[in-house]
Design a protein around this ligand. Structure first.
Ligand SMILES: [Zn+2]
Length: 442
């Protein structure tokens, strides 16, 4: 199934194969108002695998200026993220830096959530680079040098001129978004001190595959990394991954530690790297077949979900969607869900109220809408927050509203005899309803 028209974004090989075709979709983060429906742009979204360098990637290009025009995500507003980045800064400082003599730079620093702790740890030079003016403007700390720009090789040369080589470069949850990875990585290579460390965190391919998290796939996330793919990529820049650490954030991320590759000394990579490499080979992350069978499982979840929704609509049941995130928009558009299935969407972020979901045009309302217009079913698109959502909506559950989870497999939960039970809705499966404890479902 090699496509002659496409090349791998990393190694330029034509040996790439289509894994999932999402069709032509509205951008997952582009919520809109009714007067914008007619002008809404859609973009082809196809997931490809490269059999030469093992990169799983969205092959289609969307201009970054379109993607990140209205960026209203402020990291520091989220308490778990603040805590995460504080311990991150402490850990890497202790491991690699002499604070008072060191410089740190973060690519895509957002509102400075990681940089503030570096300042507290008395790191001498702290620099943040971010193209979104509205978020970087919120950094008021005079100890942080905030540069409102894209990080490019050219920009890296300028920074090196001004501040010298940098001891530690960080990049968190941005390494999957960057259109021109070659230019950014060349910039890192240029700017990193000889004994410097490049540290980055990014969503790991493992949970995407193991837990069928295909809803993580949208234009804003171009790349889905395995260690194997990253190793192949960094080789081209004389850089190497020397350590890895799984991070339990954003439904499964990995932190990678990278340094200049130096043939003259034989500094060995950590056992973590050797083991992860081995595990990825065992799982077949270097084989096309693995991703083809993944695609089959993804297609099955769509078939199951749409069969359930069709049955419920035939019974005249009303259904509301919960969590209007980018992830929800992938599920909605991939499955072909629209206002024939879902009456409206609920989201807790006031900024989204009154807007409509991209592509499917479902209205987003506050949770209070459930009171006036209580549905028979709530479809939890933000399924990774199942426990939190169920706890918040316990009253509705007890009142008889049923909850649908679309992934990793389609399930229906209801309240029976004082407990949450997983209902059996499948026609072929005649097992009894099973009792679910909140802790076992995550
Ligand atoms: Zn490739």
């Amino acid at each position: 199934m090699t496509n002659d028209n496409h090349q791998c974004r990393f190694c330029a090989s034509p040996n790439v194969s289509q894994i999932i075709d999402f069709g032509s979709v509205g951008l997952a983060g582009a919520f809109l108002k009714p007067d914008q429906f007619a002008a809404e742009k859609k973009y082809d979204q196809q997931l490809y695998f490269c059999s030469d360098c093992y990169l799983l990637q969205i092959i289609n290009k969307v201009p970054p200026t379109v993607l990140f025009k209205d960026y209203f995500y402020f990291s520091s507003a989220i308490a778990t993220l603040r805590k995460h980045f504080r311990s991150y800064a402490k850990e890497v400082t202790e491991k690699f830096l002499i604070p008072k003599k060191s410089s740190v730079l973060e690519i895509g620093c957002n509102d400075g959530i990681l940089l503030k702790p570096f300042v507290e740890l008395e790191v001498k030079t702290v620099i943040g680079v971010d193209p979104s003016s509205n978020v970087i403007e919120t950094i008021k700390d005079p100890n942080i040098i905030a540069i409102n720009d894209f990080f490019t090789r050219e920009r890296a040369l300028k920074i090196r001129e001004d501040y010298g080589p940098i001891n530690m470069i960080c990049a968190n949850n941005v390494f999957a978004h960057i259109e021109d990875m070659h230019d950014v990585t060349a910039g890192i290579k240029t700017l990193l001190a000889d004994d410097g460390v490049f540290v980055f965190e990014v969503h790991y391919i493992g949970s995407l595959i193991d837990e069928i998290q295909y809803d993580m796939i949208y234009h804003e996330h171009l790349f889905y990394y395995s260690l194997l793919a990253l190793q192949n990529f960094f080789k081209g820049f004389d850089l190497e991954v020397f350590d890895v650490k799984p991070v339990d954030i954003h439904a499964g991320s990995m932190r990678y530690y990278v340094r200049h590759k130096d043939e003259s000394n034989d500094k060995s990579v950590s056992l973590n790297v050797i083991n992860l490499q081995k595990r990825e080979r065992e799982k077949g992350f270097d084989k096309l077949e693995t991703f083809q069978s993944y695609a089959d499982k993804v297609a099955q979840t769509k078939t199951d979900l749409m069969a359930l929704l069709a049955d419920l609509k035939q019974e005249q049941k009303s259904i509301v969607g919960y969590g209007a995130s980018g992830r929800a928009n992938t599920t909605i558009q991939y499955c072909g869900i629209d206002d024939r299935h879902i009456d409206y969407m609920i989201d807790d972020a006031p900024a989204k109220h009154g807007y409509y979901t991209p592509g499917s045009h479902l209205e987003i309302k506050p949770r209070s809408a459930l009171e006036e217009n209580t549905p028979d079913y709530i479809l939890i698109f933000a399924w990774s927050f199942f426990n939190e959502i169920i706890e918040k909506n316990m009253a509705y559950l007890k009142q008889g509203v049923k909850f649908i989870v679309p992934l990793p497999e389609v399930k229906v939960f209801s309240w029976q005899d004082g407990q949450i039970v997983e209902e059996n809705y499948s026609e072929t499966d005649d097992a009894d309803a099973k009792i679910v404890s909140m802790s076992e479902h995550k």
